[in-house]
Ligand binder design. Structure first.
Ligand SMILES: *[C@@H]1O[C@H](CO)[C@@H](O)[C@H](O)[C@H]1NC(C)=O
Ligand SMILES: *[C@@H]1O[C@H](CO)[C@@H](O)[C@H](O)[C@H]1NC(C)=O
Length: 391
């Protein structure tokens, strides 16, 4: 850090053309270091000495401190050791999660190859369980409470009925095998993310504890909030402006139902069901008429604290940069309120493989829909159904 500070203070009057790039790189590296320095630890990692950390505790600490990638391609493509009731399956901690991953993937992957409404719901549900926490609350966070208490009935959670019913069905089925609601919800978010084409494959940890107490209120952002209010709300969750910009990018996959009910099913960019970066530039421009931009997203795309990162994700190599940053930011979010991080186990290997390229075969019909035609297709697009036989 000191070396960067020194370089940054060298007068650039004598710089020849071509050095500008170098200076920009140095500034960016310095900003990255400064940001890494400001990263806060959470849960038990705040107080545990390094000598007390497990291998997973060390890895998570490094991810939180922006020193390690939160993505992984470690995969186990073999069939599970046995059915979920078998002794062989019970002897392998991740075996039950492999079965769960199969079930979730089947529901999250649409016939178009895009990810379904249920997948997008799983990402939002993961966010809404975990984000109900702040540094000044002593409870809440990724504790399953959204579905274990009446927390679910809060208006924040409008539109989550289908995924919540599905998640409760899975919970009833897999709870006897030791699966917590908190883990099921966060594993659901990570599986949904990677099932969406181009989505990052986020390292996935299990062992969170459930809480039968509803989380504190007033901790989720609203579409009408100012950029300042949202930045402060997230800062109180240890999520900085940069991570916030990465997290809102999940709107790249979504289709809204409640922000404007007369436009039920309208997407937030031109590629619902695809984990691409189209959302970032389109929020700053005039996308096709079908796209409904959230007012809070427009404000974040313009605020001085967030516009820089917004532009980075919009630019060249934005996809990999975003995936890397989203994976880290989501890992942090998914561990808010978790006080046994050092004891978690890893089951990343059960996630399906990431898809790094994708072309919608029904793009011609989608383009007409994006221009405002065919409202009757909203549900089919929402369910990621291949739009064939329509042209
Ligand atoms: C999802 O479906 C697409 C197309 O139907 C397929 O190519 C892809 O492998 C599937 N993804 C997973 C994770 O099963
Ligand atoms: C919702 O959409 C309708 C139709 O486009 C529009 O007339 C109305 O102003 C929108 N309402 C809000 C709150 O944005």
């Amino acid at each position: 850090m000191a070396s960067f500070a020194l370089l940054a203070s060298i007068p650039i009057c004598g710089a020849h053309p071509g050095m500008a790039d170098t200076f920009a790189e140095v500034r960016r590296a310095a900003a990255k270091e400064a940001r890494a320095d400001s990263k806060q630890l959470i849960g038990d990692l705040k107080t545990l000495a390094d000598s007390k950390l497990t291998a997973i505790g060390k890895d998570i600490k490094a991810i939180l401190l922006d020193q390690k990638d939160a993505r992984s391609s470690v995969i186990d493509t073999s069939i599970p050791a046995g059915n979920v009731d078998s002794a062989a399956c019970k002897a392998d901690l991740c075996c039950v999660w492999k079965w769960i991953s199969y079930e979730m993937t089947a529901k999250f992957n649409g016939t178009s190859g895009r990810c379904t409404k249920l997948a997008r719901g799983a990402v939002r549900l993961g966010f809404h369980d975990a984000a109900v926490w702040s540094t000044s609350t002593s409870y809440g966070g990724a504790d399953g409470s959204i579905l274990l208490t009446d927390e679910f009935s809060r208006s924040d959670n409008n539109g989550l009925d289908a995924i919540s019913n599905q998640m409760k069905t899975w919970y009833t089925k897999y709870k006897p095998y030791g699966v917590s609601m908190a883990d099921l919800i966060q594993m659901g978010a990570n599986i949904a993310t990677v099932v969406c084409p181009l989505g990052p494959r986020i390292r996935s940890f299990v062992g969170r504890k459930d809480n039968a107490k509803a989380g504190p209120t007033g901790l989720l952002p609203a579409e009408t909030d100012s950029a300042d209010a949202i930045i402060k709300l997230f800062a109180a969750k240890t999520i900085d402006a940069h991570d916030l910009v990465a997290l809102v990018g999940a709107h790249t996959t979504s289709q809204q139902h409640f922000v404007n009910t007369s436009r039920d099913g309208d997407p937030q960019d031109t590629t619902p069901g695809i984990w691409d970066v189209a959302f970032y530039p389109q929020t700053q421009k005039n996308p096709p008429p079908r796209v409904l931009k959230f007012r809070s997203d427009i404000k974040l795309s313009q605020d001085s604290r967030t516009v820089g990162e917004w532009n980075e994700f919009s630019g060249s190599n934005g996809q990999d940069h975003w995936n890397e940053d989203y994976a880290k930011a989501y890992t942090r979010l998914s561990l808010l309120g978790v006080n046994n991080i050092n004891d978690l186990k890893e089951c990343t290997k059960v996630l399906p493989a990431a898809r790094n390229s994708f072309v919608s075969e029904d793009q011609k019909v989608l383009d007409m829909w994006l221009q405002g035609q065919f409202n009757q297709l909203n549900d089919m697009v929402d369910n990621a159904i291949m739009l064939t036989g329509l042209t």
